[in-house]
Design a protein around this ligand. Structure first.
Ligand code: HEM
Length: 153
């Protein structure tokens, strides 16, 4: 297990980077660009198609983060030996819960509404998706600070 630790830590960092980077791109680049260039029906279809792809990856990132996070926590630190580790675990689980709400509560009904042509409903759900992505992005930035600066504080 000890020889696996560097690889687990690297995988943890890679999954975190890809999840957080994807949210940053979606929120700060793709969404405003879509608003600027596309009419609502096409814009909603673009979001449906891109969320379908991105969220499938997010499931994988979450599985990797939880697996590598808890195995690293116990193999390297013997459990919650420092307060920044408890913070990492708390914020990490919160991000996963927010993603579950986003996926099942907003994204699946959003996708159904787009496919059914119910654009007002889809637009309302997209607003909720936007805020939950923003919340997870902010938590993702905080958790990165905790994970990287935590050992030095
Ligand atoms: C929920 C369960 C999680 C646990 C138990 C956990 C555990 C850990 C541990 C033990 C470390 C190593 C700390 C050190 O080197 O001193 C770490 C680092 C880190 N974690 Fe987490 N983590 C979790 C979730 C997350 C999530 C959801 C993200 C971001 C999306 C994340 C991002 C990071 C980052 C950026 C680092 C610093 C770089 C690295 O060591 O890979 N973690 N985490």
């Amino acid at each position: 297990m000890q020889t696996l630790i560097p690889y687990l830590a690297a995988l943890h960092g890679i999954a975190a980077t890809l999840w957080i980077g994807g949210m940053f791109f979606a929120y700060f680049a793709m969404r405003p660009a879509a608003v600027e260039t596309l009419e609502p029906p096409l814009r909603l279809k673009l979001f449906q198609a891109s969320f379908r792809r991105f969220f499938m990856w997010v499931w994988l990132f979450i599985a990797v983060l939880l697996l590598t996070g808890y195995s690293g926590l116990f193999a390297r630190f013997g459990g919650f030996s420092a307060s920044y580790l408890s913070l990492m675990h708390g914020i990490g689980l919160l991000m996963c819960i927010i993603f579950l709400v986003l996926f099942f509560g907003f994204y699946l009904p959003f996708s159904k509404a787009v496919s059914a042509g119910d654009l007002p409903k889809a637009a309302a759900l997209l607003g909720k998706i936007r805020w939950t992505v923003f919340a997870n992005l902010m938590l993702g930035i905080v958790i990165t600070f905790v994970g990287i600066a935590g050992p030095y504080l």
